[in-house]
Design a protein around this ligand. Structure first.
Ligand code: CA
Length: 435
């Protein structure tokens, strides 16, 4: 793993060039209440190059530097802090265990930056993420520029660093794919427990507790707050209160995925609370499933999100018309975006260290970017029929269905990382019949 981080730093160094210098901070701790913090998670970009997960650290990459390109400013070891919060790597640990060429105290960041900026033409740093750090960086930047009269090269611009890093992160390495497969496997197992424990009378939060337990016993955490939405709650796209009791006849939409060693999975299944889909639920489910499978079948290098989305819109509009939920000419319905009453989100998103992972959705020309092997994305069409939609017959109202899988683009097509989780109606009904 150490080698992989090193390789990433080398690639970034090449992109930056010897005239540039990159500054990458990690995330801050965040208070949950008074003196209790949320569990700490390092910044994905920072971790991607360092594998270091303590707060209060900034990585600096200065390609071609005599004393080494990889510099980290971090907390020095403090025995008292270690008693309360555990092991700290400190200034030596970061060199020994994370390959830093040099390390300095985080308190000295401003001075260190100023000295490292000398001789560089541009600073690569993403402004606007953290006021305190922005100020420190600007002070160093201005201090160096003020000293320009003494001669020598000083930086003349600050360039956003994110686009460079995010392009790198978009293409997953073999190692990253293996971590994502593991995240997918654990998340599949969590959803299988949902199939098993879902029945009338159970509360949504109890299902959520099962999911968290499955994640936790495998050493992972939720990659995002699980959506456990029974009945009409499924029509609230980001329903996370998860407080209601499930009733017979309802559907349960569960959108949950774990984060394994910083990599996320993201899966949605929609199952019948009492084990059998009603006629109307089945009709909508079959439509969503067909659209999802068609989209997955067309994932390959060269495909685009835009291409998948327009196919999905066409298929959903035709399907909704066939069921009598939309009326009119297909081309007109598509043009007037009539489907948006039922399908109001995208077909999928990049997946990686962040659940809605980084990487541009557009190419340089502003077109939807073409998939390449090594990209990972979700495919997640859905239909959500508002309780208030008086244009459809009452049996359809309040049905919300989404089916979501994680897909790796390969050289010849794609590999569905979450394929071991059933999604066919007969499979789900027969699993639930055993409950
Ligand atoms: Ca999701």
């Amino acid at each position: 793993m150490k080698k992989e981080f090193e390789k990433r730093r080398r690639s970034l160094a090449k992109l930056i060039g010897k005239n540039g210098i990159a500054v990458i901070p990690t995330s801050n701790t965040r208070a949950r209440s008074r003196d209790t913090d949320y569990p700490y998670r390092p910044d994905s970009d920072f971790y991607y190059f360092t594998g270091f997960s303590e707060p209060d650290a900034v990585m600096i990459l200065a390609p071609g530097r005599e004393d080494g390109a990889f510099v980290v400013c971090l907390r020095s070891k403090n025995p008292l802090t270690e008693i309360w919060d555990g092991h700290m790597e400190g200034l030596n640990g970061i060199k020994k265990n994370h390959g830093a060429d040099q390390s300095f105290k985080i308190a000295d960041l401003e001075t260190i930056l100023a000295s490292l900026f000398m001789g560089r033409q541009k600073v690569l740093f993403t402004l606007g993420q953290d006021d305190v750090l922005d100020k420190i960086l600007m002070k160093s930047f201005n201090a160096v520029r003020a000293g320009q009269r003494r001669g020598g090269v000083v930086p003349s611009e600050i360039q956003a660093l994110e686009p460079l890093i995010h392009e790198m992160r978009l293409i997953k390495s073999k190692h990253e794919i293996s971590l994502m497969k593991r995240a997918a496997k654990i998340s599949v197992d969590a959803h299988k427990r949902v199939f098993k424990n879902c029945k009338p009378g159970v509360f949504e939060y109890q299902i959520e507790a099962d999911i968290i337990h499955e994640f936790g016993k495998n050493g992972t955490v939720p990659a995002y707050t699980s959506i456990v939405a029974s009945g009409v709650n499924a029509c609230t796209l980001h329903y996370i209160s998860n407080r209601e009791k499930m009733k017979a006849g309802q559907l349960l939409l569960t959108d949950a995925g774990c984060e394994h060693e910083m990599y996320a999975a993201d899966i949605t299944r929609t199952i019948p609370v009492s084990g059998v889909y009603s006629k109307e639920q089945k009709e909508i489910y079959e439509l969503v499933l067909r659209i999802q499978k068609t989209a997955i079948d067309s994932v390959r290098p060269g495909q685009t999100f835009e291409g998948l989305q327009s196919e999905a819109i066409k298929g959903l509009t035709q399907g909704l018309k066939k069921l009598g939920l939309l009326k009119g000419r297909i081309d007109q319905l598509i043009k007037s975006e009539a489907y948006k009453d039922f399908y109001m989100h995208g077909i999928g998103h990049w997946l990686g260290m962040d659940v809605h992972d980084v990487g541009s959705y557009m190419d340089e020309k502003g077109n939807s970017r073409r998939f390449q092997s090594g990209m990972v994305l979700t495919i997640e069409p859905g239909i959500y029929i508002s309780k208030k939609n008086k244009n459809v017959s009452a049996e359809y109202r309040g049905i919300g269905i989404r089916i979501e899988d994680d897909v790796l683009v390969t050289k010849s097509g794609c590999d569905v990382l979450t394929k071991s989780l059933p999604k066919e109606i007969d499979q789900i009904e027969s699993i639930m019949a055993r409950n």
